[in-house]
Ligand binder design. Structure first.
Ligand code: HMG
Length: 447
């Protein structure tokens, strides 16, 4: 058992090497106003894997970058946890494929590292960080760190309303004692219910009730926030420098943020300060029926979202968390971890002093479960975040035409036979090289 701080010591991010521009390329083909995507959903582009990329290559490439940068050998890692909802094998976990890739290029191996794969839609990335945290806090790590990787190819069936929110990439995180970037709170809130809003029963692409999924996200997040408040004491808007939330598309976070703000300002001086402008929050006992109360609450929330006090909070606390999400789409398990990185990268650009500041982190997975915890920014955050090698990779993505997008979608569709030439040239990275005699995927490192 350790009493030392445990959290995220290093982060690396690998984006799929192609991109689809939603306003320029997708909207015209769909006959839609580009602003539906850029303003409504809040997305500019989605990342896609090239033909030789998949969840294993993206995870292994992110992990290799991270291990190289930290100067770590396989024996320094006691655990490899992969979170994904795009797995292609019902038995052998993705972490074994990733370890196999890494063992091709490092001396030594991960023979004594505990490997696994976590599934609960998008929330499993955070659950894997949790597992690593618990393993270290319990004192079972023998001084070794955990490698946690969230990797997904978030594809929807062609024509599904979710098609505009696709994305692909991996976030690798080193979880360790005395972390450089953030330490995690023991306090944690959960909101969890059996829901049928987004699922993949033995199928690659999700069955989605999109509008319902939005409501379920908001309901479970509210429950998780209430649960978190019950263990951590009252939560205030000034308590957190950033609030990175799961970002299936930035418009979802916009909806969640105003509801969270309303919730935490209820009964506070802030509610009174806003009252001359928009009135006090409606209380249910002042209404004869639930419908009238809900209408009044909707009107209050709409008015709240237009106040300068709320807008300033949103610009400072939320907007920086969705900057990367806008450029890459939904990365499912990696999405909330991208949101954290996005906020920290923005603070770095603005030369902010964040040491000791708190983040309120909200994760979510369909099916459905939300989790909320807080994190404290550590002394080494600046160097740790400056080392994330993302901007260049984002800028180097191949810009797909619509026809090329259709071919890439087919390439990654398990039910379609396709033979598409790659759009980019692999260099210094793992690639999917073919299939073995037991139908296992095979990988090689390309110099
Ligand atoms: P849709 O029907 O195509 O879009 O699907 P819409 O008509 O609802 O429009 C979207 C927004 O754009 C709306 O904003 C429109 O008003 C606005 P809102 O009213 O909601 O604030 N809009 C415009 N704005 C400006 N100019 C215009 C314009 N036109 C429209 N011209 C939907 C949207 C989210 C349903 C769809 O994308 C979908 O099904 N997505 C997949 C499911 C999803 O992402 N759900 C989110 C919550 S569940 C979750 O996060 C879990 C998940 O990550 C999976 C997991 O956990 O594993 C998905």
């Amino acid at each position: 058992m350790t009493d030392r701080a445990v959290g995220i010591d290093a982060i690396e991010i690998w984006t799929g090497k192609c991109k689809l521009d939603l306003a320029e390329t997708f909207a015209p083909e769909k006959g839609d106003d580009p602003e539906k995507y850029t303003k409504g959903l809040g997305l500019r582009a989605s990342s896609f894997p090239d033909t030789y990329e998949d969840i294993v290559t993206m995870a292994a490439n992110a992990a290799k970058s991270l291990l190289d940068r930290e100067g770590l050998a396989p024996t320094d890692v006691g655990r490899i946890d992969v979170a994904t909802e795009s797995a292609f094998d019902n038995s052998k976990p993705v972490s074994t494929y990733v370890a196999g890739c890494l063992e091709q290029v490092y001396e030594g191996d991960f023979r004594h590292a505990n490997k696994g794969e976590r599934k609960f839609a998008c929330v499993s990335g955070t659950q894997s960080v949790d597992d690593a945290y618990n393993w270290i806090r319990a004192g079972r790590n023998r001084g070794r760190a955990a490698l946690v990787i969230a990797t997904d190819t978030a594809l929807y069936a062609r024509g599904d309303p979710g098609e505009a929110t696709q994305g692909a990439g991996a976030v690798a995180m080193l979880v360790d004692e005395d972390p450089s970037i953030v330490s995690l709170s023991t306090d944690q809130g959960i909101g969890s219910m059996d829901e049928t809003d987004f699922l993949k029963p033995q199928q690659q692409f999700p069955s989605v009730d999109g509008k319902r999924s939005v409501k379920v996200y908001l309901a479970r997040m509210r429950e998780a926030l209430e649960d978190y408040e019950s263990v951590s004491g009252r939560v205030g808007v000034e308590d957190f420098r950033f609030a990175p939330f799961h970002t299936p598309f930035p418009g979802m976070v916009r909806k969640a943020a105003v509801l969270a703000y309303r919730h935490v300002t209820r009964g506070t001086e802030l509610e009174e300060a806003l009252a001359p402008e928009i009135g006090r929050q409606p209380r249910e006992d002042a209404f004869d029926d639930r419908e009238a109360f809900e209408t009044a609450m909707r009107d209050y929330v709409d008015a709240l979202s237009e106040t300068s006090r709320y807008r300033e909070w949103y610009e400072a606390t939320i907007e920086p968390t969705i900057d990367i999400g806008r450029q890459v789409g939904n990365w499912y398990t990696g999405s909330v971890h991208l949101a954290r990185a996005s906020a920290l990268l923005s603070a770095l650009r603005n030369d902010e002093d964040l040491v000791g500041e708190e983040l309120l982190v909200g994760s979510y997975g369909s099916g459905a479960q939300a989790e909320i915890h807080s994190e404290t920014v550590r002394e080494g955050w600046r160097e740790g975040v400056a080392a994330i090698d993302l901007q260049e990779r984002l800028g180097a993505r191949y810009d797909l035409s619509f026809d090329e997008y259709e071919r890439i979608h087919d390439t990654h569709n398990h039910d379609v036979e396709s033979d598409v030439e790659p759009f980019t040239q692999p260099a210094n990275e793992f690639v999917h090289a073919g299939w073995g005699r037991m139908n296992e995927r095979q990988y090689e490192y390309v110099e």
